[in-house]
Design a protein. Structure first.
Lengths: 433, 433
């Protein structure tokens, strides 16, 4: 037998699955409060679903192969192409805006770096069919409320927001042409991690974003706060239109009481070419971890994927960085106990009653175990303790004669005789208390 | 863009995902009541995890390939090898018995038959480290309680139970040797679906289970009910020991009040060679569908997989046949409404208040939407209706002046003015009512 999972893949024994389940449950609660409905697609898809969007170079990062029916296929590296297909197939029957979320497991074959995973789970929230800035505020607010659901505050997390429309207007004013725009985005995107030597190279060799210079781009990327951006854009011919969505988005977030979380920060570009408007990333305030969440508006992507022509925006939030953050901050909850109640037999003759009572309590929604073998009551109570049971029910010959059982509160160290028919209700009372 | 998912793979738009989520939630509730803890493993595993158990012939049914690091890998076709690995890695640190469940998506490349899927989700419950018959009863009771959780009763579902120990003793008594035993199991397993020609061939040509005849096997497979089995086994030298676990299992299920569900039926063998004791399958009473669930005791499997030497038993229950059954019986629930409450603005100036109120209600756990554009209140209430909202909050200039909002119960057609700070509590009251 293979002793281990594949490198980059995680086993989830119960202790680890408990954290994953805690994260997924919070994701679902918050997305649902925003009216988002959950969907899913296959983890294995036709390869061309990805190459048609990202070109053949993405194949180097895919788990791709040819299946036994000679179909080129790949494990999904992202959810958006699947979403685009599903929406395109049903576009006419769906009320707009469409609010859909999913929690797919995604796969990328990356050259193994220390501790780098090849799979992760990701909350994907997408809002399709609405071009207005209130939708941008809605998506950013949803991401923030997920952080709040985990007990994180504006002091822990920074939401760095930019807007491709305002950024593009400012870059054009500095001389960047349409052909050089993507190179300018890439430069700004890499700026925070760029070595002095690379920066020097940008300053001294011809660049596709010329006649703008590296220092022009640095000046634009250095804009902070809405007032700086509004001032910079105000001087441009179409400046008012270019900055209006960002202004409106921030006003809406302010009305929701969330403006404390926001930093306007024009170094945020997000490398992907397909964003068309608002872009944002969530980071821990100390920036010790990679981005927790990233997203933005991609009004032309669905159509370019061969789907419907609908404006859209969304974000992805992975489980790995988030899990690290929760551990770092002491916000990882204790895994729940395995059971609520242990039912113990005093003599072998009590065993059928134990089975009856256990089944009755389980029917009432209580998590119950009992010993499979004959052992002393004291030993059974030790098992109860090891499994984290709050309650124990002990059944002996005297109890059977009177139709009762002894109910112990292992936390309060109290004991009472309870009629068997009343046991479930009394257990619920104690568990709620 | 590819217009469709791969053949045999399902998209889950929200309406379909709602059924899947309903099934998963019921699975989790019942497993948890039995003290089972959830685990998961990677959907992609080293290929030899499967070939070491099932031999190379299984490769024809796998989604297998060589990854970019030259590792032979496969999408998981079943969960037990992953479970065996995970338990083996942690065996010393785990209290026995181990009660673990998982809901993996499993993959098999089967030659496409009409409507046959190549992926499905499966509830896997396994109880490891307990050899006694109470564990067998526990696992069967868990499977039955899952059926009860879906509203199915003993009249809808039959639990057909056999025991390899009693079956083997009876077959040995008819002359089947150790070498011929697997062929005898296979014959009995196929008996219900066997053509008259095949049966005739078994009667007229030499078979590995000789000197036993096909009619000997048919006689054993025809045993029904515990008393028939006990009578047949009583005549054998080790008969008492061979039938004791089955008798004890049934007594325990009787104590739990579940004996109505059980049919002792010695045609149930389950094809897999690795079962060692109790085997069982759940069918719809009309036998119109394939098996809903199958399982049994496999005391030697974990060790043969290179893992730990622990007795174990478990079952698998797929989502596909179960989903069909729920639809057939009208037990598929209506998908939940998308939202609880729609917040509407009377004038454009009311929009910031809508945002504030919406966010406040969402913080209180209420599922809320509002319109992104400016439209008449009547049209906003139509959106509320289309999204299944029970409540609507309407904010106009007069309300703003008094710090209130109009709360409409769209079901009861009532309306009341509520102070904004009291809205969330009042919404909860109406939603609970």
């Amino acid at each position: 037998m293979t002793a281990k999972a594949l490198p980059g893949f995680r086993d989830f024994p119960p202790h680890d699955l408990a954290l994953r389940a805690y994260i997924f449950a919070a994701w679902r609660r918050v997305a649902t409060r925003y009216g988002f409905e959950e969907y899913d697609g296959p983890p294995l898809e036709p390869l061309d679903l990805y190459t048609s969007k990202s070109g053949d170079e993405i194949v180097g990062q895919l788990y791709n192969f040819v299946d036994k029916g000679d179909r080129p296929v790949a494990l999904r590296p992202e959810m958006t192409p699947t979403l685009a297909r599903m929406v395109a197939e049903r576009a006419n029957g769906l009320k707009k805006p469409i609010r859909w979320f999913s929690i797919p497991q995604l796969f990328r074959y990356e050259r193994q770096q220390r501790g780098r995973l090849r799979e992760h789970f990701q909350l994907n929230c997408d809002l399709i069919g609405e071009a207005g800035a209130l939708a941008d505020a809605e998506i950013i607010a949803l991401a923030i409320d997920v952080m709040r659901e985990f007990g994180l505050g504006a002091k822990d997390i920074r939401v760095r927001v930019s807007d491709r429309r305002a950024l593009t207007a400012l870059l054009q004013a500095r001389g960047v042409t349409a052909d050089g725009m993507y190179a300018a985005y890439q430069f700004i995107d890499k700026l925070e991690r760029m070595s002095p030597a690379d920066l020097e190279r940008h300053r001294t060799t011809p660049q596709p974003y010329a006649p703008a210079t590296a220092d022009d781009l640095i000046a634009v990327a250095g804009l902070r706060g809405l007032s700086q951006v509004e001032s910079a854009v105000a001087m441009l011919p179409d400046g008012a239109a270019a900055v209006a969505p960002l202004t409106e988005t921030l006003a809406a977030l302010d009305a929701m009481g969330l403006s404390d979380w926001i930093e306007i920060d024009f170094t945020i570009v997000r490398g992907l070419a397909y964003y068309t408007g608002t872009v944002f990333e969530l980071f821990d305030a100390g920036k010790t971890l990679r981005a927790i969440c990233g997203g933005g508006r991609y009004d032309t992507l669905l159509q370019s994927l061969g789907g419907v022509d609908l404006p859209a925006l969304g974000f992805g939030m992975g489980d790995v960085v988030l899990g690290e953050l929760l551990k770092d901050r002491g916000l990882r909850p204790e895994p729940p106990s395995a059971i609520d109640c242990f039912v113990a037999a005093v003599t072998p003759e009590d065993q059928p009653h134990v089975l009856r009572i256990a089944h009755q309590l389980r029917d009432a929604g209580i998590r119950v175990e009992y010993a499979f073998g004959q052992t002393a009551v004291g030993k059974q109570l030790k098992i109860a303790d090891a499994r984290g049971a709050r309650l124990a029910v002990v059944v002996g010959p005297d109890d059977r004669a009177t139709g009762t059982a002894q109910l112990k509160d292992l936390q309060g160290s109290t004991q009472e005789a309870v009629a068997i028919d009343a046991l479930a209700a009394r257990c619920h009372e104690l568990l709620a208390g």
